[in-house]
Design a protein around this ligand. Sequence first.
Ligand SMILES: [Fe+2]
Ligand SMILES: [Fe+2]
Length: 189
Amino acid sequence: MDITELILDDHHEQRRLFAILEQIDRAETGVLSAIWDRLAAFLELHAQAEEEIFYPALLQVGIAARRAGGVEDETLDAIHDHNEIRDAIAEVARHQTGTDEWYAAVAAANSANSDHMAEEEREGLTDFRRLAGLPRRHQLAVAFAAYEARNYAGVRSVDKDPVSYVRAAEKKLRTAASGSLSVGTLKRN
Ligand SMILES: [Fe+2]
Ligand SMILES: [Fe+2]
C-alpha cells in the first residue's frame, strides 16, 4: 500500500459522491440528504485523517531533506483549505435540502474541495512520493486506513489554526527526535 494512493482513492470517492448528488432529482430530498450526509462525514474524516497522519509525516520528511520551508507552506495551505471545507459543510446544514440555497452551498463545498484536492495532489502528494520511500508510505497507509476505519462513524468537525498546527506537529517531531535535531523553520509568532 501507499498512503498517497489511499488519499487519491478518497479524492476519487469524493468526486464520485458530488457527481451522484448532481444527478438526483431535486424533489428527492430524502435521497439528497442521505448522500450529502455521507459525503459531508467522509470529507471531515478524510481531512482529519490527513491532519493526524499525512501532514505530520510530510513535515518530517521535508525537514529531514532540508526542505522545511516548502513543506511548511504546503501544510499551512492545507490546514487553511481544510478549515474552508469544514466551514462550507457547516453552511450546507443551514439550508433546507433541495432548495436553491442548499444547492449553492453544496456547489461552494464542491468548489472549495476541488481546488484543495488539485493543489494537494500537485504539491503534497507529489513531494511525499519524492521524499519518502515505499516502506514508509506503506506503514503510513496502514495507519491511515486504520484511522478511517476506527472513525468511520464520523469525527468532530473542528477548525484549526494553521500556524499552531504546524508548531505542534514540529514540537512532537522534536520530542520524538529527543531534541537532537533542529526541526522546522516556522518563524511566525
Ligand atoms: Fe486535504
Ligand atoms: Fe485530501
